[in-house]
Design a protein around this ligand. Structure first.
Ligand code: PXG
Length: 457
């Protein structure tokens, strides 16, 4: 069923320039720029109006875990739309998909996270968490405990509260953020900030930065610490092994709630259902989105504990929710998506087969003159470009070499994100070893072309 115009690429590009405000876009450049108009996708490949086939090394935006073109998910949406396309979950109502999915999520997530509050995006999930946590401490009789501690380079979304939780200075600068009550400390980013320390020593130092901040503010003022198990948008910052156990200890010691933002790490990405299982984190709250439906339809949730639910309950009705909380079609798609992940063993395959294989293949790029470090866990990985392999010197100004590399990769049929000068990847979990070979071969071509362009031998 073709419902859109049969336009040429140029006509699509012009209409896009005229009417469509895309996210994270420079609107002056967009007046003359050309968007890539993606028309369809299958497996791990996307296709555009020019007929290019491009390997999606980013799973869309870190989300199409089961790959493209899955009929099971489309069928689930169709059946649910015919049976009950919408009903709300306010005012003492629920429906079968929202109830069933909450049970499945309680089962899959780490012990103790037995309750699901639904929203439609990762940002809304994090906004919901800010509401929940503030209300929680009020109900606990500790109304001064309101400040959230997060990390620089963290990404938790773009609503006012989610962007305040995030540690992206560019985003803060544009909207007078963070709001009061949001503090940021150094991320556990050894390559950039570790200096002469070993990664293990640096992991402890980065965790100490959290404890120092708690002590500076006073533990009686600190509500929660939030962290992605691996910082995705921050350029796949994989914390040293010492980091999370120490964070866990610090949060417990100071009675600070621990929020593990699993929006990227969830649903098999790191080789376990959740990054919290990979790093042995025991969170009090966990936002999930993206891989929950493999991006086929918007859905997110906040998973949380008996203690938080019971405490919120002391305040009467929790006055929060969205028209689309627990949308029946989205929940039905999530159930079908989780079935596919289970049936195809995608989590285990990522942990024991494709994840280790990606790490082996990435290691082969280590000899490239532009590559300072490669790192990955499961099927999330990064190639850190450097000016000097020995001293780990970063490029100045930051981001230009990464952007060039991204374009060269695209010209070679590979979508990778560049963040600063780090090439990041997070392919669909259905990717095979043979497809990983293709991805890395294209990445190498992109690196070679970049080295040539900037005159590095
Ligand atoms: N938490 C994390 C950890 C995320 O990565 C969000 C929350 C917000 O989710 P929504 O659904 O509101 O977008 C995200 C989103 C990038 C990029 O450039 C990353 C995200 C979104 C857009 C771009 O890597 N992550």
């Amino acid at each position: 069923m073709q419902r859109t115009h049969n336009w040429t690429t140029q006509e699509w590009v012009e209409a896009d320039r005229k009417h469509h405000m895309r996210p994270f876009t420079d609107y002056v450049e967009a007046k003359t720029g050309s968007a890539r108009i993606v028309t369809r996708a299958e497996g791990i490949y996307t296709f555009d109006t020019e007929g290019n086939e491009v390997l999606d090394g980013m799973a869309g935006l870190w989300c199409t875990n089961v790959g493209y073109g899955r009929k099971e998910l489309a069928d689930a949406a169709y059946s649910q739309m015919m049976e009950l396309p919408y009903y709300n979950t306010f005012f003492n109502s629920a429906h079968k998909p929202s109830i069933e999915l909450a049970g499945v999520l309680a089962e899959l997530t780490p012990d103790g996270l037995d309750h699901a509050f639904y929203a439609s995006s990762g940002s809304e999930a994090n906004d919901t968490i800010v509401r929940m946590v503030r209300h929680y401490w009020n109900m606990k009789g500790k109304p001064a405990k309101k400040t959230f501690i997060s990390r620089e380079y963290a990404y938790h979304g773009t609503t006012m509260a989610a962007a305040s939780l995030g540690g992206m200075s560019g985003m803060h600068g544009q909207a007078d953020l963070p709001l009061p009550g949001f503090e940021h400390v150094m991320p556990p980013y050894w390559y950039a900030f570790g200096g002469d320390m070993t990664p293990e020593e640096f992991g402890m130092a980065a965790a100490k930065a959290v404890e120092d901040k708690i002590l500076e503010l006073g533990a009686d003022k600190v509500a929660a610490f939030i962290g992605e198990p691996i910082q995705g948008a921050g350029a796949v910052i994989i914390p040293p092994e010492t980091y999370w156990p120490e964070i866990q200890r610090i949060c417990k010691k100071h009675d600070v709630l621990l929020i593990a933002d699993e929006v990227i790490c969830g649903f098999g990405r790191t080789g376990n259902w959740f990054g919290s299982q990979t790093f042995d984190i025991k969170p009090d709250l966990m936002p999930i989105a993206k891989g929950l439906t493999s991006g086929y339809i918007p859905l997110s949730a906040v998973m949380t504990t008996d203690d938080i639910v019971d405490t919120l309950g002391k305040g009467g009705e929790f006055q929060h929710g969205f028209t689309y909380s627990g949308h029946p079609v989205a929940c039905a798609v999530a159930l079908a998506n989780i079935d596919v992940i289970k049936r195809e063993n995608l989590v285990e395959r990522t942990r024991t087969d494709t994840g280790p294989y990606l790490s082996e293949k990435l290691a082969e790029l280590q000899d490239h003159p532009l590559v300072g470090e490669v790192r990955s866990v499961g099927l999330i990985g990064a190639i850190e470009l450097t000016k000097n392999k020995e001293t780990r010197e970063l490029f100045e100004p930051m981001g230009e070499v990464g952007a060039k590399c991204k374009s060269h990769c695209m010209a070679n049929g590979l979508i990778m994100r560049s963040t600063r000068d780090v090439m990041v990847m997070s392919p669909p979990l259905i990717i095979t070893r043979a497809e990983i070979d293709i991805m890395i071969e294209r990445a190498r071509k992109g690196l070679d072309a970049t080295a040539k362009e900037i005159g590095v031998a």
